[in-house]
Design a binder for this molecule. Structure first.
Ligand code: PGA
Length: 250
């Protein structure tokens, strides 16, 4: 059994004061409720220290939204995996759809970022997903497996065993349109077949594959009940303790 992961991607929301308050509320809510899921909060860089402070002593973990692929040096404006690890982060998003499609990051850089995360002992949550036009033209499976292959191929199975995959169809992110559980499950199954080919059955079977895209308390239980869906990457609904806690099964 793969342990379910529920991650809250705060995107560019919550300054360090707001973030500390939200993280405390979430940690307190979880302490009262108990869950078997792994919970990860993913605030902006400047909010991270306050969140790490606020969740200290709880089971909640902290992740970053991005990292640079070098560990240090003359890279103005960038933050390295080494810095994130030193701060107390355990996870980092790599290749979130907004990084790919709004900021313009491509596979070559994302491959390096994935490796930088692993090198620094962070668990990368590697995001993949197709655009609406790609789904409508029947290319969703090819696009998504292509994204996984492009960045993950060549890793040793032992390295890959620390990677989390998040399938987030771009047309479902922030739009209120969730993929059906069936569509998400089918895509997760296809990804897992590719992982078997690349890394062997044992590594593929233990890789968590999360779904993301307009997850709400009302849609979470059905998604999480599917054997192929190992957790959720939540954006908008992670910005309020009540809705985030409402997504987490007890
Ligand atoms: P959303 O965002 O839940 O607001 O659609 C998900 C994500 O981008 O990770």
């Amino acid at each position: 059994m793969r342990r379910k992961i529920i991650a809250g991607n705060w995107k560019m929301n919550k300054d360090h004061r707001e973030g500390a308050a939200l993280a405390k509320e979430i940690a307190a809510g979880l302490a009262a409720a108990r869950t078997s899921c792994e919970i990860v909060l993913i605030p902006p860089f400047t909010t991270l220290p306050a969140v790490i402070d606020a969740i200290h002593g709880s089971a909640v973990k902290a992740g970053a939204q991005d990292l640079y692929f070098e560990d240090e040096g003359a890279f103005t404006g960038e933050i390295s995996g080494r810095m994130l690890r030193a701060l107390g982060c355990t996870h980092v998003l790599v290749g979130h759809s907004e990084r790919r499609h709004v900021i313009g990051e491509g596979g070559a850089d994302l491959s390096k970022k994935l490796r930088a995360a692993l090198r620094n002992n962070l668990r990368p949550i590697f995001c993949v997903g197709e655009l609406l036009g790609e789904r409508e033209s029947g290319r969703a499976f090819d696009v998504v497996t292509g994204q996984v292959r492009e960045c993950c191929e060549g890793l040793e199975p032992e390295e890959f065993s620390r990677v989390v995959i998040a399938y987030e169809p771009v047309w479902a992110i922030g739009t209120g349109k969730t993929a059906t559980t069936r569509d998400a499950s089918d895509m997760h199954g296809i990804i897992r077949i590719l992982l078997k080919e690349l890394f062997g059955t044992a590594a593929a079977d233990q890789t968590p594959i999360l779904y993301g895209g307009s997850v709400k308390p009302e849609s979470a239980a059905d998604l999480l009940a599917d054997v192929e869906i190992d957790g959720l990457l939540v954006g908008g609904a992670s910005l309020k303790a009540e809705s985030f806690l409402g997504i987490i099964p007890r």
